[in-house]
Each structure stands twice: as structure tokens, then as C-alpha cells.
Design a protein around this ligand. Structure first.
Ligand code: FAD
Length: 309
């Protein structure tokens, strides 16, 4: 059995594994895809102390750093169930293969994924104008025209943020009204370079073969189609935590995020969590890494206070 078993090999899981291994305890990592969302990222310019890097490069560096230590990496395996500790004091993690890994402490770091619009052009122009993270990619659109899809809190926050960087922002909302908090809406409507279109369904991302040049939408009231000329589209229709497999074991928020305290402890003793899969606000690489380190130290603290039965 492991002393610490990490589920997830993104920034949070990698940091958790390194911090655990450095304590000299038996550490394992199960990851479906080592590197996580970082693998899907092109340029990264906000990983402090590294002026600029690329996702696949950082993902490789994460794995190499973990491999510097005696960490058992169980790659290309999907965790399907968490089994709280029985009388042996060991927590189980059941894999899709049917195998059950046992550990005294478990750190959940299964990350999240952006909800996509699923319209023609979205995949083709991903990282070529279609973006999901305003904190990451906003500055790439300095002085350009962009759209934000989604009028919830994240969409309206993104539009306010982008209005300060870009030339013009069009916010597109599917429903008749925006769903964001009133204070955010008030701020949004006070900005001179923002237009809001409601009852609008995005139908296509338009490109010239290399990059985004526009967005097509249908007015849901009149049925008419429209085209906006722009260079960037920020999709803000939800971030889905990869926590379906945990339903019924650890406490999840209404959005499905794992509830954690300030030490990364979940509702199940000995089970910790970190990164985008948790309730910790702001989903970023540097934050996920810090949270992974924190959950790992939390798990170590738990281990030295609990004796082996
Ligand atoms: P993830 O990176 O999502 O990793 C989750 C890990 O868990 C993966 O290894 C996955 O395979 C594994 N996993 C999931 N489910 C299971 C399961 N059931 N069993 C086993 N393994 C499982 N952030 C920045 O700071 N700067 C940027 O420039 C930036 N750009 C981004 C661009 C894009 C396109 C995207 C999608 C995200 C970007 N982000 C950026 C956000 C950043 O990538 C995330 O905040 C960060 O990767 C979260 O780390 P994590 O370890 O919590 O989760």
C-alpha cells in the first residue's frame, strides 16, 4: 500500500506527488493523461519566473520533475471509484481496469474541463482565436475585437476584464437576460467599448484557415442570422470539474467541485484534494501547484497524527 496516492497528473497532482516523495514516504500517482490541461495549452506567459513557455514543454517538465523522485507513476489509467477506509485504515481507489490501489492518504487532483459551444469552427480555431481563459490569453488580444460567449458571472467578469485590454467586446448570451450578479451587470453596461447581445445563439466560428475572423449567431427572437467581424472568442459557458466518479463519497459543491478546507482536507478523513477539481477560486497553473503542495503537506500532517492500525 501507498502512504500517499495522488489521483491526477496535472500541475496540482505533480506538485502533491513531489512534496509527498520529498518526505520519504511511499508515493504513487495515477493519471489518465500526465500533464492534464497544460497539454492543451499553447503559450503560457503567467507561470511566474518563466517569462514564456509552451504547454507540452511544461507538461514534460512536470513529469520529469516527478520522475526525479521515487514515485510510482501509474499512467493511462482512469480512477473510477473512491472507497473510504475500512478497518485496515486504508483508502481504496478503484481503476477502470478493476484493480484497487490502497493508500493511507489520497490526494484528488483530477482537474476540470471547459464546456465547449460545440459549433463548427470551434475545434479548428482553438488557440487560433478561440480561447477559454481571459487571465491567460486576454493580453494576446490587445487592441483587437473580441466576443465573450456566456452572460453568467464568469462571462461578465471576462467581458469587464477584456474591455480594459481589447478594442471592443461583444458579449453574447443565449437567454433573454444576463445571469450575472447585478453589480457586475451594472459595471458591464457602464463600459463604452462593450456591446451586449441577448437571445443569441452562436452558430459558427468563422476563420480564414489560419485564425478566427468572425462569429456567426442567430437572433433567437427574429430568427435572423448575423456575423460579427472579430479576432477573438472567449467561451465562458462553464468549467466542469472531473468529479463525477466521486459523487456519493466526498462532499461536492452544487457545481460539482470537491469541497476543501484551508489545508485541502475533504469531507472524508485522509482524503485531500487540490487544483481545478476543488472549490478553490481561480483556476490557474500556479494556483493548482500551490494547492497541490498544500494538500500534500496537509496529508503528511494527517499521516503523522494517525497511527497504522
Ligand atoms: P488538470 O491540469 O486538469 O489535470 C488533471 C489530471 O487528472 C490529468 O492528469 C488528468 O488526466 C487526470 N484525471 C482526470 N480524471 C481522472 C480520473 N478519473 N482518473 C485518473 N486521472 C484523472 N493556466 C495558467 O495559469 N496559464 C495559462 O496560460 C493557461 N492556459 C490554459 C489554456 C487552456 C486551453 C486550458 C484548457 C487551460 C489553461 N490554463 C492556464 C488553466 C490550467 O491549465 C489549469 O488551471 C491547470 O492545469 C489545473 O491543474 P490541475 O492539476 O488542477 O488539473
Amino acid at each position: 500500500a501507498f502512504e500517499v496516492l495522488v489521483v491526477g497528473g496535472g500541475p496540482a497532482g505533480s506538485a502533491a506527488a513531489i512534496y509527498a516523495a520529498r518526505k520519504g514516504i511511499r508515493t504513487g500517482v495515477v493519471a489518465e493523461r500526465f500533464g492534464g490541461q497544460v497539454l492543451d495549452t499553447l503559450g503560457i506567459e503567467n507561470f511566474i519566473s518563466v517569462k514564456g513557455t509552451e504547454g507540452p514543454k511544461l507538461a514534460l517538465a512536470l513529469e520529469q520533475h516527478v520522475r526525479e523522485y521515487e514515485v510510482d507513476i501509474i499512467h493511462l489509467q482512469r480512477a473510477e471509484a473512491l472507497i473510504p477506509a475500512g478497518i485496515d485504515g486504508l483508502i481504496g481507489v478503484r481503476l477502470a481496469s478493476g484493480a484497487v490501489l490502497k493508500s493511507r492518504a489520497v490526494i484528488l487532483a483530477t482537474g476540470a474541463r471547459w464546456r465547449e459551444m460545440k459549433v463548427p469552427g470551434e475545434q479548428e480555431y482553438r488557440t487560433k482565436g478561440v480561447a477559454y481563459c481571459p487571465h491567460c490569453d486576454g493580453p494576446l488580444f490587445k487592441g483587437k475585437r473580441v466576443a465573450v460567449i456566456g452572460g453568467g458571472n464568469s462571462g461578465v467578469e471576462a467581458a469587464i476584464d477584456l474591455a480594459g485590454i481589447t478594442a471592443h467586446v461583444t458579449l453574447i448570451e443565449f437567454d433573454r437576460d444576463l445571469r450575472a450578479d447585478a453589480v457586475l451587470q451594472k459595471k458591464l453596461y457602464s463600459l463604452p467599448n462593450v456591446a451586449v447581445v441577448t437571445s443569441a445563439q452562436t452558430t459558427e466560428v468563422l476563420g480564414d484557415g489560419r485564425k478566427v475572423v468572425g462569429l456567426a449567431y442567430r437572433d433567437r427572437t427574429s430568427g435572423e442570422s448575423h456575423v460579427l467581424d472579430l479576432e477573438g472568442i472567449f467561451v465562458q459557458i462553464g468549467l466542469l470539474p472531473n468529479t463525477d466518479w466521486l459523487k456519493g463519497t466526498v462532499d461536492l459543491s452544487p457545481r460539482g467541485e470537491i469541497e476543501v478546507d484551508s489545508r485541502g482536507q475533504t469531507s472524508v478523513p485522509g482524503v485531500f484534494a487540490a487544483g481545478d477539481a476543488t472549490t478553490v477560486p481561480f483556476k490557474q497553473i500556479i494556483i493548482a501547484m500551490g494547492e497541490g503542495a498544500k494538500a500534500s503537506l496537509g496529508a503528511f500532517d494527517h499521516l503523522i497524527r494517525t497511527s497504522v492500525p
